[in-house]
Design a protein around this ligand. Structure first.
Ligand SMILES: C[S@@+](CC[C@H](N)C(=O)[O-])C[C@H]1O[C@@H](n2cnc3c(N)ncnc32)[C@H](O)[C@@H]1O
Length: 421
């Protein structure tokens, strides 16, 4: 096993995110202006997808993909577990890598994660990769200068592969850093959900914005509602101009703008919370995300409301033009672990939520929750269970069919999902 140049486009996410990341990318590429075929990815565990590199696909992912945590271009990998052999492996490979510019000066950062099995600490490993990159760029007639803020490039260092074949992988970040930092949240409640998790929740539930309203009855700062609206309209996560790595020659000729992919979709969304303070946060976050304008302001609404007071009639009064035959509740209720003694209360809330939401015959509920008591208290059998982690806790994505109609009837033939197929 020798050191080698790598070339895959890499999408990584939270535990179990592979499937949803893959179907999201497929949908985006189909909708994009490019006529490219997306090959099946190789999966690395349940958290990373590797695609043969295509600049158009990389551009689409970097600009639009919402469920992944990081997007990068694999550059080199080495089996070395000590610092000197690692540098000796990396320098010649990076120096010969014609994806990197010649005779140019770039600023960069190095981020190391999950390298516990390397025989030196993360800071030393970081220093080694930094030094290798500096030497390689010098050999290419240029200069690489470490800069902690607003650097041109971010190098990601990860340990990957099966136990007896572990390698140190160096990746060039293409996606503008951690993707949950959307750069548009202006306010957050005490327990905000990561944007990437909110996107996963909506995608996993196969929300159909053309025929289903979406309701988040415990909306906090509105993360799920904002992500749902942005998914429905196909808004970009990042502008190409904000991604310096997209200035590499291989991306020349790709569009300078990333306009919404579904600008005419008018999603119906209700975000409510019992806590009045949340309203200002939600409005701020919707506006900061660019969800403004008459049509969207009338179809995405926020309310102060105790979730257990929601009825089909009340919903119809709030969003009279929205479809009602079916719909999706998408929420993350309080987990009851952060604040001591809250567990008993949250089980009561889950039970009341189950009773309330079952009034919505033909609807579904998609939940992310880190409390094992949720399913029993909600008193319904999920049609989908997917383990994940949230706020450092073991959590689950759950999908339920509500009301009298049961599993098997929830997909309407010919209808379009968030997938907007
Ligand atoms: C985990 S937080 C939701 C966080 C939200 N997804 C976000 O990203 O900001 C749970 C929310 O449930 C709300 N909540 C608790 N009990 C409620 C009830 N009976 N009705 C409506 N909201 C409730 C809390 O005020 C809190 O904002």
């Amino acid at each position: 096993m020798a050191a080698q140049a790598e070339s895959a486009l890499r999408l990584s996410g939270t535990v179990g995110a592979n499937k949803v990341m893959e179907s999201e990318l497929l949908r985006l590429v189909k909708r994009s202006p490019f006529h490219v075929r997306l090959p099946n990815p190789a999966r690395q565990g349940s958290t990373a997808l590797r695609y043969p590199f295509d600049p158009a696909v990389a551009w689409v992912a970097a600009c639009y993909h919402r469920s992944s945590s990081r997007i990068g271009w694999e550059l080199v990998s080495s089996p070395a577990v000590r610092l000197e052999p690692l540098v000796a492996d990396l320098v010649p490979l990076l120096a010969a890598d014609d994806r990197l510019p010649r005779g140019r000066s770039v600023t960069f950062t190095v981020e190391v994660k999950g390298a516990e099995d390397f025989e030196a600490g993360p800071l030393q490993l970081r220093g080694a990769v930094k030094s290798a990159f500096e030497q390689a760029m010098q050999k290419r007639g240029g200069r690489a200068v470490v800069q902690s803020r607003a650097a041109d490039w971010a190098m990601l260092v990860r340990r990957v592969g099966p136990e007896n074949e572990r390698r140190t992988l160096v990746i060039l970040d293409l996606g503008g850093g951690p993707r949950h930092l959307r750069g548009q949240r202006v306010a957050q409640g005490p327990a905000p959900l990561r944007e990437t998790m909110a996107a996963q929740l909506v995608l996993l539930a196969h929300w159909m914005p053309h025929v289903e309203p979406l309701v988040d009855p415990t909306a906090g700062s509105g993360t799920i509602a904002v992500e749902a609206a942005l998914l429905a309209r196909g808004f970009a996560v990042r502008k190409p101009a904000d991604l310096p790595a997209l200035r590499l020659p291989v991306f020349a000729g790709l569009p300078p703008q990333a306009p919404p992919l579904y600008p005419d979709t008018r999603p119906y969304i209700l975000a409510s919370d019992v806590d009045e303070a949340c309203i200002a946060w939600m409005i701020g976050n919707l506006r900061a995300s660019g969800l403004t304008g008459r049509d969207i302001e009338h179809s995405v609404v926020v309310r102060t409301m105790n979730a257990i007071e929601l009825t089909p009639k009340r919903f119809a009064d709030i969003l009279p033009d929205a479809p009602r035959e079916r719909g999706l509740f998408a929420f993350n209720p309080p987990y009851g672990r952060r604040m001591q003694g809250e567990d008993g209360d949250v089980l009561g809330l889950y039970r009341d939520l189950g009773r309330t939401l079952r009034r919505f015959d033909g609807w579904r509920a998609a939940v992310i929750v880190a409390n094992e008591g949720f399913k029993a208290a909600f008193n319904a059998r999920p049609s989908m269970v997917k383990p994940t982690s949230a706020a450092g806790l073991r959590a689950e994505f759950l999908v339920f069919d509500l009301g009298r109609r049961q599993a098997g009837k929830r997909r309407i033939s010919g209808a379009r999902s968030t997938s907007h197929k």
